[in-house]
Design a binder for this molecule. Sequence first.
Ligand code: SF4
Length: 317
Amino acid sequence: MLLIPVSDIIRRLSERGAKRVALQFPAGLARQAPGVAAALRDAGFEVIVSGDPCYGACDLALDTLTYADVLVHFGHAPVEDRSSVIYEPVRIDFDVGVLSRALPMLESRRVGLVTTVQHVHLVGAMAAYLGEHGIEAVVAPGDGRTPLPGQVLGCNFAAARATGADEILFVGTGVFHPTGIQLATRARVVALDPFTGEARIVDASRLVRRRAAVMAKAEDAASFGIIVSTKSGQQRMGLARRLAALSDRAFLVAMREVSPAGMLDLGFGAYVNTACPRLAYDDQIRFPVPVLTPPEFEILCGARAWEDYAIDEYLAP
Ligand code: SF4
């Protein structure tokens, strides 16, 4: 069944006079590719589908533009301006009444409200629900990487910080976003999964302890590869150069896919990741050697105090 409506995409493509169209889907939507491709072909477009893995709007299949006038990227809001790309975020609804499960855990009468891109269209309805229950919801704009008010990414918590609230309600799935929000804001964070109705108070200390163990392992590495991504929206060369200057054991390493095999092949004793910040936190278990975040490497090099431990964020320039 085709879950993605194409009429609006066809209108936007026609307005641009596009004839050849490339399509890019993240893993969760990839099975929509044949249906969307068929609908666009029937509307008169030549279609090519990107078959490479895609993790976010930071990972655009710009190579397909060799064969197409426009790239349609599904599932995410823009993290950067690209005139040749149409972004088509996908909305996932839920009944905002599920917020009742979080109400007993909220201590403040004024809370910051944030969510991920799939649910950001419900921010107004969620804020109204909280208002009806005596809680003022503060919804703030993020930065250029999170253009929708109340939107956070796994690499960008600007919209949470901008609320200035001492307590933040995150509505969404998974543990990473709320953990990152707590480390980025130092606020009390309540996380609500809108599908299971499970609400919990977030405790980031476990993540920090795990990361301290990785840092201890990296300390005596003979060499550090400072990974610089070649993906469109993950490249932080300025930061990588600054980190490399902190130690004569550090060297810049360009990578498209940050893979265990690539790390082993190159033979550095440890790596510092300036690509997608989540890689170091989520995927350390897959990696054959320690992979540090930029703030962790700064601590190791004495350029940052341990008390200033921070989550790695990719903020808009
Ligand atoms: S850099 Fe990572 S966390 Fe940020 S948008 Fe890309 S995939 Fe998501």
